[in-house]
Design a protein around this ligand. Structure first.
Ligand SMILES: [Zn+2]
Length: 353
């Protein structure tokens, strides 16, 4: 009999204590998601496990962030919080929540190492992929995915990060730009039309990291087919040549067509299709090593439904959540075809297509 994969869902109510007030990156995002997970009885499947995160230690975070910055966040929250930059609020408990957000991925990695689970999805907040070494940015405090990548590099040699949040993962890219032991691959809405304004095909890395940073800036209106074609024609070929030991995903549900802040057009089945392909890749090439961490996404229905659909996919549960309607124009798919040619031409010296 086929053995089902064991899937860990990383979650704790501590994530609700990062109080952002009246802000799109709200605790309701996780409240709604856990509600749907319970309604659909997802945790009753024998191969789905709820896993408690642990706080990351200061030393684990300090591999990625300056110690002065970590201390600054701690003190700022102790004094009651406020805005860290123009759009990144924090409350008195945000520092604690951020330690657990960074530790969510680490707890997942530890459970995978112990053989308790195969894949994990971290339902964590605050998100992380915009955070820089000494800067909170774009709703992010600590860069959870890079902290996890550094943690894994103690046991492994090569980590591949796939970021499908609608916003470019500029913090992640900046921190890994001159490295080849962490390969960053971002698919996002074109920076000419969305924060933070970076993430172009010519941003391919520097020094020994040249060729190990890949960006696919999609036109507004891009949806399931465009994402699928980038995955098939660029991501998978590079992944097969890079042969990572571990694949990490920064997943933002703001690439969904109903997101209020962005203009991409993924459906919940589109998200699932991407996870399906990445899952097949890690099953065949890297010992099922896959951890997904939550980044953005601001339509509560889209986040919760897409997350449950992804868990169904990871756990091989024969259930499906489907969005009705056609959400991508053929003209946009053709534009993405041209974009793929541009991306390949930037990377021709490094990868075979
Ligand atoms: Zn985002």
């Amino acid at each position: 009999m086929l053995k089902l994969a064991n899937v860990g869902i990383i979650y704790d109510d501590i994530y609700l204590e990062h109080d952002t007030g009246n802000h799109p990156e709200s605790a309701d995002r996780l409240v709604e998601t856990m509600k749907l997970i319970n309604e659909k009885k997802v945790l009753e499947y024998q191969n789905v496990f709820l896993i408690s995160p642990r706080p990351a230690t200061i030393d684990e975070i300090a591999i990625v962030h300056k110690r002065d910055y970590i201390k600054y966040i701690e003190d700022f929250c102790k004094k009651g919080g406020g805005y860290l930059d123009g759009d990144t609020p924090c409350s008195s408990r945000s520092y604690e929540a951020a330690l657990y957000a960074a530790g969510g991925g680490l707890a997942a990695a530890e459970k995978i190492k112990e053989g308790k689970i195969d894949y994990a999805i971290g339902l964590i907040r605050p998100p992380g992929h915009h955070a820089g070494r000494y800067t909170a940015r774009g709703f992010c405090i600590f860069n959870n995915i890079v902290i996890l990548a550094e943690f894994l590099l103690k046991d492994f040699n090569k980590i591949m990060i796939l970021d499908i949040d609608a916003h470019h993962g500029n913090g992640t890219q900046d921190m890994t730009y001159d490295r080849k032991d962490i390969l960053y691959f971002g698919i996002q809405q074109d920076g000419r039309t969305l924060y933070p304004g970076s993430g172009y095909p010519e941003e391919i890395g520097m020094k020994e990291g040249k060729g190990y940073n890949i960006n696919a800036p999609l036109a507004p209106g891009s949806g399931d087919k465009s994402f699928n074609n980038i995955i098939d024609e660029v991501f998978i070929p590079i992944a097969k040549q890079y042969r990572p030991d571990f694949v990490l995903m920064s997943v933002g549900f703001d690439s969904h067509f109903s997101d209020p802040l962005t203009d991409l057009r993924l459906t919940t089945q589109g998200y699932r299709n991407i996870i399906h392909k990445v899952k097949n890749f890690v099953n065949e090439y890297c010992n099922k090593n896959l951890i997904i961490l939550l980044e953005g996404g601001y339509n509560l229905r889209a986040i919760s439904r897409s997350i449950v659909n992804i868990i169904y996919e990871l756990a091989d549960i024969p259930e499906e959540i489907h969005d009705e309607g056609d959400h991508e124009d053929e003209k946009i798919v053709r534009y993405t075809g041209e974009l793929i040619k541009r991306i390949k031409s930037e990377l021709n010296n490094y990868w075979k297509f």
